[in-house]
Design a protein around this ligand. Structure first.
Ligand SMILES: Nc1ncnc2c1ncn2[C@@H]1O[C@H](COP(=O)(O)OP(=O)(O)O)[C@@H](O)[C@H]1O
Ligand SMILES: [Mg+2]
Length: 374
């Protein structure tokens, strides 16, 4: 791995007294390499902003340590950390124009005027805010303030760039364009960046690795592909992926030499023993109950399959999302053609064991993904 740009070791954040206040970040440990883009992905309140603010020095670390570029920083004031941050609430300096806001840190570092002007011009072009450079924050829209704030962070030379929901206020089209440009900008300069987002598309598009958080706990830290294909637990499995993974509780049994995953409503998914690799089969047979997960695009309709009944059918322009009543719950299938099925129509579905994710019923931890153990 490349040298460590950021090392977070056993960090806890309590708002209020330690062990008694709000426990916003729980025993967080992660390491980010130089030149990496990492997305902190999770729902509102999971501790993303608290994590960034501790790295930048705007919140105290309750327990643990943080090092940036090999230097312990969690005891230093923000200005001594060499970390640039774009805040969730923009926080531009109101008495300064957009240009002055963006140029502020460079002027403080005594860069020559011509160099400052050139950098502001190039970043303003990248973010499409060239025409508001002489305006004041109070006279521009939220989306423009957000881009100015992002520009103010990107323009800096720093060991680490922290971007807290930097595109949340932008229209989808502009967001998609800027995603590409920002990624190019960061990669071209070899910057290390942490992007906070609750938008999985943004995380997938921008990040080399995604850190999924929930309830202050890091659930998985891995490449977008591995997060999708090998979710570490039920939370990651159902949180990442659109539409979400289908999950069902199943009793494991054997009938006539076959493995049965018995679902509610008397349904069961039956497989040849040889359909599983030996380690996966052994894991299944050692348990009474498991939770199975199937991605919507891995569910097939086939005559031999298990019966289900269509409850919704939507054509989204390039794929069909079908929901069906199945095993006492709802099953979602994605098909790439336009599928015309009436509501209430009976269908049969089958699930290839290669596409089956199996989770521990009690802990939610992944047991297997297709043919491989987790
Ligand atoms: N200044 C604060 N005082 C008390 N609780 C806070 C403070 N800031 C955040 N929290 C709480 O900490 C948790 C994590 O918040 P935050 O890090 O802002 O989450 P996110 O950015 O993922 O939405 C939430 O429960 C939030 O209410
Ligand atoms: Mg936040």
């Amino acid at each position: 791995m490349s040298p460590s740009a950021l090392t977070i070791s056993g960090v806890d954040k309590f708002y209020g007294p330690i062990d008694r206040g709000v426990h916003a970040v729980k025993n967080l440990t992660m390491e980010i390499g130089e030149g990496e883009i990492v997305a902190l992905l999770g729902s509102s309140g999971c501790g993303k902003t608290s994590t960034l603010r501790m790295i930048a020095g705007f919140e105290e670390v309750s327990r643990g340590a943080i090092a940036v570029a090999g230097r312990t920083v969690h005891t230093l004031p923000p200005v001594k950390r060499n970390v640039a941050m774009a805040f969730e609430g923009y926080s531009l300096y109101p008495p300064l124009t957009v240009r002055e806001n963006m140029a502020f840190a460079l002027k403080a570092a005594r860069l020559p005027r011509s160099e400052v002007d050139a950098k502001v011009a190039s970043i303003a072009k990248l973010l499409e805010i060239e025409d508001i450079l002489e305006r004041y924050p109070s006279s521009i829209s939220g989306g423009q303030q957000q881009r100015a704030s992002l520009g103010r962070a990107l323009i800096r030379e720093a060991d680490l760039h922290l971007l807290d929901e930097p595109m949340g206020q932008l229209e989808p089209q502009l967001r998609a364009v800027l995603r590409g440009r920002i990624k190019h900008f960061i990669k071209e300069r070899g910057l290390t960046a942490i992007l906070v987002t609750h938008d999985q598309t943004e995380a997938n598009a921008l990040a080399d690795r995604i850190a999924v958080m929930e309830g202050g706990v890091l659930q998985q830290f891995d490449t977008p592909d591995r997060i999708k294909e090998r979710p570490a637990n039920l939370f990651t499995g159902t949180f990442v992926g659109e539409p979400p993974m289908n999950v069902f509780e199943a009793f494991v049994g054997t009938t006539a030499g076959r493995i049965s995953l018995k679902l509610p409503d008397g349904l069961s998914l039956d497989y040849d023993k040889d359909a599983f690799s030996t380690p996966v089969r052994d894991q299944l047979l050692s348990r009474e109950r498991v939770v199975i997960g199937i991605r919507p695009y891995a569910v097939r309709r086939s005559k031999e399959g298990v019966p289900a009944r269509v409850s919704a059918n939507q054509w989204l322009g390039d794929q069909t999302h079908i929901a069906a009543d199945f095993a006492g719950g709802s099953l979602v299938l994605v098909e790439h053609d336009r599928t015309r099925l009436d509501l209430g129509a009976p269908i049969n579905v089958s699930i290839d064991p290669k596409n089956l994710h199996v989770f521990d019923q009690a802990s939610g931890k992944a047991i297997s993904h297709g043919m491989e153990l987790a």
